[in-house]
Structure formats: C-alpha cells, structure tokens
Design a protein around this ligand. Sequence first.
Ligand SMILES: Nc1ncnc2c1ncn2[C@@H]1O[C@H](COP(=O)(O)OP(=O)(O)OP(=O)(O)O)[C@@H](O)[C@H]1O
Ligand SMILES: [Mg+2]
Length: 292
Amino acid sequence: MEGIKDPQSSYLSIKNLWKSFGSFTALKDVSLDIKEGEFVCFLGPSGCGKTTLLRAIAGLDLQTSGAVVQGGKDISNFPASERDYGIVFQSYALFPNLTIEKNIAFGLENTGRSKSEINERVSELLDLIGLPDQGPKYPAQLSGGQQQRIALARAIASGPGLLLLDEPLSALDAKVRVYLRHEIKTLQQKLGVTTIMVTHDQEEALSMADRIVVMNEGKVEQIGTPNEVYCKPETLFVADFIGEMTQFRGTISGKSLVKIGNTELNMVEHRFSQGREVSITIRPEDIIPLGS
Ligand SMILES: Nc1ncnc2c1ncn2[C@@H]1O[C@H](COP(=O)(O)OP(=O)(O)OP(=O)(O)O)[C@@H](O)[C@H]1O
Ligand SMILES: [Mg+2]
C-alpha cells in the first residue's frame, strides 16, 4: 500500500530513552509517539532535559539506552548526517561571512541539484518566509526576527521529514516573538512537516502546539493537547507549571466532596478513597465573585 499514509500512525517514536552525563541522569525512561504532520512542543523548566531529548532525536548526542524510530526506521545509532531533519537553534547560527542566499543554499549543496535548481529553490524559500529581496544581504544587515526566518528557511530547504526547533523565539523581543509564533505555525501547516519545538514558555506552547509534552527533571509528566494539560492536569507539577492556580491540602469526604479546614467543597469525581489527604488546585477562573 505504498503512498497511502495512515494519519494516526506514529512518524517518530521515542522508546524508553535514557541519557546520562557521567553520574547525572538527564533523561529518565522517556517514551512518546508523534504523528505525521503534528506540531509538538517539549515544555518544561530550565534543565529538565528538553534540549537533551531534541539532540538525541537529531543524533547530535546519542542516548545512553533506548530507541528512536523515524518513518518506520530505527535510527538510534545513525549519525546526525544520515538523519532526515532540519534544525533551528535559539541563536540564529547563520554563517556571518555568507550572504542570505548562500546561507539558505548551504544545505542544498551536495544533494545533486544543479546551480539553477538551487537558485530557484532559494528564491522560492525567500518568498515563502516573506523576505523576497533580502538574498544578497549579509546576516548582520537583518534584524533578529528576520535572521531567525532565514534560519527557518535554511532548515526546511531540502524538504526534511522532521523540523526541530530549540527555543527559536526566545532571543527575540516580545512583539516579534508573538508575530513569529503565528508565522512558524502557518508555515508548518502549509508544509505539513512534522515539527518539534522546545520551549520553556507555556504561552508559546499553548498557542502553537497540537500536543504538548510536559517535562520535569528528565521525565515526561504528561502528554496532551493544550486543552488537556491545562484543564485536566495529571500531576501537581503540571497543574502548577501551566497557568495560575492556588493549592490547598484537603481530605476526601465523599464521591465528589473534599473538606478543606471546616469547609466542604463540591468537586469533580475522582479515584481517591474516603479520608485520603489530597492536594486541591483551583484556577482563578473557577472563583467567581458576585455582589449580593
Ligand atoms: N554535555 C553535558 N554534560 C553534562 N551535563 C549536561 C550536558 N548537557 C546537558 N546537561 C545537563 O542535563 C540537564 C538537562 O539539560 P538540557 O540542556 O537538556 O535542559 P533544557 O531543558 O534544555 O534547559 P533550558 O530550558 O535551560 O535550555 C541539565 O541539568 C544540564 O546541566
Ligand atoms: Mg535547552
């Protein structure tokens, strides 16, 4: 059945991935599946292992154990050069001594394309990112936001199966960041390329991702849509990290009742037994003040 793609099947599978740096364990048994064409964000606090996981997927830093499967092929031990992805880092990482055109063309050389094919592809990409006349300039002559769009064009130039973005917007000022969020998302949808974006900015993840992988201390806390991780957090960490909340300690006093001090509150149905001490979280939008 060649050519027929199952939209539900997994394009990228991470299986029981562990990564140690000496005695420090940066990734602890990470498993996840990403579907073809999906936009997934790795979200978590600084040092939780987001970049380490992305680098393992890219083959830039091999895992200690576990497997990476892309497009049905086990690429766990493939060097970076033999993997099928484009990558954009936080710093623009353009070659300062090459023109914008040459920067974008860089990944296209040695791919068997003729010079005119490369030129054509470069101008198509410049059009696609909305910078059609900037080709002859040098990186230093462009703004940070423009440079990051060039880095994006370079990453997608050869039509990779996977686009990896490591905090691509965090070096930019707030206004450009919001604008580029929209631009990256639109471009990703247009190309249909499976994309992973690392971010520690929850707003960025909530507004851009189809699904969010919430990470903490080298582990996956929860994988879900923005709505799921916000409205149905599975752990206290997720509830606290995403959005605002107030936390109480309480005791289960009924099927959908909890007692906090002397006050009994109604709540969602739960899996805990009567008398069990639990943490209760309340979002600001759940508290509605009304005048008498
Ligand atoms: N090459 C390395 N050698 C030793 N420790 C490392 C190395 N790379 C990463 N680490 C450690 O692994 C942990 C995870 O690092 P990683 O860069 O993946 O975090 P991150 O989630 O991307 O954080 P940030 O949001 O700050 O970029 C950190 O504690 C870091 O110090
Ligand atoms: Mg990082």
